[in-house]
Write a protein that binds this ligand. Structure first.
Ligand SMILES: *Cc1c(COP(=O)(O)O)cnc(C)c1O
Length: 386
């Protein structure tokens, strides 16, 4: 019997070591890891610069409270500010916490109560972020939810243009819905959301917990659409596996979070900040991101050419290394077959195979993954036809 709450459907596999995009399980079986801890290990497993930075900090001091100066926080914050074009950062420990901070800041700053989010969104598992998430299966059994949230259809610019009311504090949106099925937001819709926020005096909160930190080939995914968010949240890839989250805000919001309004015991501790600094130093390099764009562009093109002709494949979609293969059928069985053939992938919604390789994945590894995907899905096509 297990001593753990069964909150996850765990595979009967334990990954015991990893380097780059390759991992090995306790039976010595090797895999290509296109899950990367769910968009966390953006520099691959055990990236040397991050390892060195954390080791150095381990030899100095691990944790001091936010009652003291922590210069590493200032340095890490500067990276996020300059990459986002925003002004101030609050550090916490997870994506949900970053969104919690955003929700609190938006309500306090505007003095308004309502937050609009979208169907099939995912914003976290705490009470407020669960309430913000537009998926019934995630709410089930926990009602009544917080009353502040209302859900609009995603990618429906018309529905957004009809929003009215003077009680809306913010609209919170993912540029590409991750957990909801790798659904890229279209330009018209995203621009309409931005326009509506300006019109209503509401803040635009962009949840970049999954899409941020280079995942889509830009520091943040909203930069592909030249949006001007008031608040951006990040977490997954931020610390290369060290648990850390960040809320990034515009300067007009800074004084709203005065001492005593928000906080976190662990948020921004020196160990986490060492991991963040070393991670961002590499990922926010222009050449690194150009590399991600080029590699992923070719890979997506190849996936489209090889997989879209298959009868049960609907569409290959996504941006950078956040890729979804949408099927006419349930994705679960195919993900299992891919795993048996040595490629780790994960679902997004019921019908999508999601690929989130490390951004450092090599051309050779991409070729290998393409081969496994092609062979596995083609074999199934033959079965189906027969
Ligand atoms: C994963 C995720 C979250 C929640 O992050 P946690 O670190 O699990 O709390 C929030 N928003 C998005 C878009 C995510 O993908």
């Amino acid at each position: 019997m297990s001593y753990l709450f069964p909150t996850y459907n765990r595979l009967d596999i334990e990954l015991v070591s990893g380097k780059g995009a390759k991992v090995e399980d306790s039976n010595g079986r090797k895999y290509l890891d296109f899950i990367a801890g769910i968009a966390v290990c953006n520099l691959g497993h055990s990236p040397l610069p991050v390892k060195k930075a954390v080791e150095e900090q381990l030899n100095k001091v691990w944790h001091v409270s936010n009652l003291f100066q922590i210069s590493q926080q200032e340095e890490a914050a500067k990276f996020l500010a300059s990459a986002s074009g925003l002004d101030a950062i609050f550090f916490c420990n997870s994506g949900a916490e970053a969104n919690e901070a955003a929700i609190k800041l938006a309500k306090k700053h505007t003095g308004k109560t309502k937050i609009l989010t979208f169907k099939q969104s995912f914003h976290g598992r705490t009470f407020a972020t669960m309430s913000a998430t537009g998926q019934e299966k995630i709410h089930s059994g926990f009602g009544p939810l917080l009353p502040a949230f209302e859900y609009l259809p995603y990618n429906d610019a018309g529905a957004v243009s009809e929003i009215e009311g003077d009680d809306i504090a913010a609209i919170m949106v993912e540029v590409i819905q991750g957990e909801g099925g790798v659904n890229p937001g279209n330009e018209t819709f995203l621009k309409e959301v931005e326009k509506k926020c300006v019109e209503l005096g509401a803040l635009l909160i962009i949840d970049e917990v999954q899409t941020g930190i280079g995942r889509t080939g830009a520091p943040f995914a909203y930069q592909h659409h030249e949006l001007n968010p008031d608040i951006v949240t990040a977490a997954k890839g931020l610390g290369s596996g060290f648990p850390v989250g960040a809320m990034i805000g515009r300067k007009e919001l800074v004084s709203t979070f005065s001492p005593g309004t928000h906080g976190s015991t662990f948020g921004g501790n020196p160990l986490a900040m060492a991991a963040v600094k070393a991670t961002l130093e590499t990922i926010f390099e222009e050449d690194f991101l150009i590399g991600v764009k080029n590699k992923s562009g070719t890979f997506i093109q190849c996936l489209k050419e090889k997989l879209e002709p298959l009868s049960f494949v609907k569409e290959v979609k996504g941006e950078g290394f956040m890729i979804g293969i949408e099927l006419e059928a349930e994705a679960k069985g195919y993900i299992e077959l891919l795993r048996k053939n040595g490629l780790l992938t994960l679902p997004a919604g019921p019908n999508v195979i999601r690929l989130l390789p490390p951004l450092t994945v090599t051309e050779a590894e991409l070729g290998e993954a393409l081969g496994i995907l092609e062979e596995t899905l083609q074999a199934h096509e033959k079965e189906a036809v027969r």
